[in-house]
Design a protein around this ligand. Structure first.
Ligand code: SF4
Length: 226
């Protein structure tokens, strides 16, 4: 599979925020979100080919049990199940970070970290916007992921009016455990994060959803690979 980067850091987001983790970034994502902070991993060839065994060997360089398979969009890669099986065999705890646009059954991951995309992520380019709208939210796929995996559901909040769309999405899904829902400020820089956090914190107090930190932005201002 084509891997964009493998690096050791802290998990920045979700219920495992702060946990030292090795990140395996799979190349390729068709969504092209407007505010994506990993545009360098969009192209399917944005990296170099690795065998799954080679990836596990690289991961083993760090004395760390937690591995985050991220992207790009790892769930569209047909080699993902084999990679996760080999990482599990090496005793790793696996998080898969996905936009929830594709379902693969029986991947032995410990946490499916799903970030469904709202209309705030639609690209400005008209052609990209049409493709994005077509595939950004697949309720059937999201339902399969939620029903079959231990999950967390992270919604990126750009501004307060995003809340009705989030609530509508949750209600369309029907069987969401609200304790697994997180609201995360849309922020590529530390300044943006600090500016938007109070608004998102207020939404969390109002709804009971959990505030989702972006520790990597807070600590390193989103510096690549930090
Ligand atoms: S789904 Fe994730 S990786 Fe893909 S474009 Fe959107 S933010 Fe970037």
């Amino acid at each position: 599979m084509v891997i964009n980067e493998i690096f050791y850091s802290l998990q920045g987001e979700g219920f495992l925020a702060g946990v030292p983790s090795v990140f395996v970034r799979v190349a390729g994502c068709p969504l092209r979100c407007r505010w994506c902070d990993t545009k360098y991993a969009w192209a399917e060839e944005a990296g170099r080919p690795y065998s799954t065994t080679e990836i596990v060997e690289q991961v083993q360089k760090w004395p760390c049990r937690f591995v985050v398979v991220t992207g790009g969009e790892p769930m569209i890669n047909s080699d993902l199940p084999q990679l996760v099986r080999e990482l599990k065999a090496a005793g790793k705890h696996i998080t898969i970070e996905t936009a929830g646009i594709a379902y693969i059954p029986d991947v032995p991951c410990d946490l499916m970290s799903i970030s469904p995309k709202l209309s705030n992520s639609v690209p400005e380019d008209v052609k990209l916007a049409a493709a994005h709208e077509d595939s950004r939210l697949d309720v059937a796929v999201l339902g399969e992921l939620i029903d079959n995996y231990n999950y967390q559901l992270k919604f990126v909040v750009d501004s307060e009016p995003d809340l009705p769309e989030i609530e509508q999405t949750i209600s369309r899904l029907g069987n969401v455990d609200s304790q697994k829902v997180m609201l995360m400020p849309q922020a590529a820089t530390r300044d943006e994060l600090l500016a938007k956090s109070p608004m998102v914190a207020d939404l969390c107090k109002r709804t009971g959803f959990t505030f989702c930190q972006r520790l990597h932005v807070l600590l390193w201002n989103n510096q690549r690979g930090a």
